[in-house]
Design a binder for this molecule. Structure first.
Ligand SMILES: [Ca+2]
Ligand SMILES: [Ca+2]
Ligand SMILES: [Ca+2]
Length: 295
């Protein structure tokens, strides 16, 4: 029996390649294990770049903490750990992790100075979030996910910047799960509320009397026809009580292209079990073929 080892090897590499291309981009902490933790005690928003990844710990104030560490491992060894203790009255912590188009530092805080594409070509976003049971803030709160926008698409006018926010409270609500990872998907039929965009907060975009409107309603509004995407943001705080939790696997789809980011700590990366299994299958097939060759 003649076997083309080269063809089998190519097939094995192809299977491994497919598994790799389906994986998320990995963004590592600024520090070695157990990772990093960025904080800022002052009342003014401050940030820090996560390497050259385009991600930033941002809008961190009043003792809020954001960093990639091993505390709540997800899809490997890490996630973005977010916490704070001050609030809900008086000074209140806040901490975000943000991907910003051409992120630029202004007074220690980061702003987008570019666009990821038209809001009209955005079809959804998703992430995993975690709330530790040690949190004592409102039991309905969890890290929020936001798409950041410029309403008129003109980056030189900044008074119309803002975003649309996903929170479970406006999509079913109730006390959220604790000490477990929860995956959330935002699509056309998900309710979102706005901040800024030159519309104030919690604007009723379809004028039907309720301010929490579907992504499809935001997109069909003529007001956002020229809006561009400045970035994406996940975060905690601003009026919360003590919270401890995390986010991971933040993803979005723009113009049919999905971008997924898995936050990890370098030096102890754990490959995805699914891709390991695929590589194992491919290599196993190669070994079986080789055993048959002598006949
Ligand atoms: Ca991870
Ligand atoms: Ca503008
Ligand atoms: Ca409405």
């Amino acid at each position: 029996m003649k076997v083309n080892i080269r063809a089998v090897t190519m097939a094995a590499l192809l299977v491994a390649g497919i598994a790799t291309s389906a994986q998320a981009t990995i963004v590592f902490a600024n520090g070695a294990a157990p990772g990093d933790a960025y904080t800022n005690a002052s009342t003014s928003n401050q940030g820090q770049a996560v390497g050259s990844s385009g991600w930033y710990y941002n809008n961190v104030r009043n003792g809020g903490v954001a960093g990639i560490d091993n505390s709540f491992a997800r899809s490997g060894n890490g996630s973005v750990h977010m916490s704070g203790v001050a609030g809900p009255v008086g000074s209140s912590f806040k901490a975000d992790i943000e991907y910003l188009a051409n992120g630029t530092a202004v007074g220690g805080n980061y702003y987008a100075n570019g666009s990821l594409g038209l809001f009209s070509t955005f079809t959804g976003m998703s992430y995993d979030w975690y709330r530790s049971s040690s949190s004592t803030n409102n039991a309905g709160q969890h890290p929020a996910l936001r798409i950041l926008l410029d309403l008129d698409g003109n980056l030189n006018t900044t008074g119309d910047r803002g975003g649309l926010v996903y929170e479970l409270a406006y999509n079913g609500g109730g006390s959220v799960a604790t000490d477990t990872w929860v995956s959330a998907v935002v699509d056309a039929s998900t309710k979102l509320w706005n901040f800024g965009l030159g519309l104030g907060n919690e604007f009723d975009i379809d004028l039907d009397g309720t301010p929490y409107d579907l992504l499809s309603e935001w997109q069909s509004s003529g007001r956002l026809a020229n809006a561009v995407i400045l970035g994406f943001s996940a975060g905690v705080g601003s009026g919360w009580g003590p919270f401890d939790g995390a986010v991971d696997n933040i993803a979005w789809t723009i113009d049919g292209v999905t971008t997924t980011t898995n936050f990890e700590v370098a030096g102890a990366a754990v490959p995805e079990p699914a891709s390991l299994a695929l590589v194992g299958l491919a290599l196993g097939g190669l070994a079986m073929t080789r055993r048959r060759k002598p006949t």
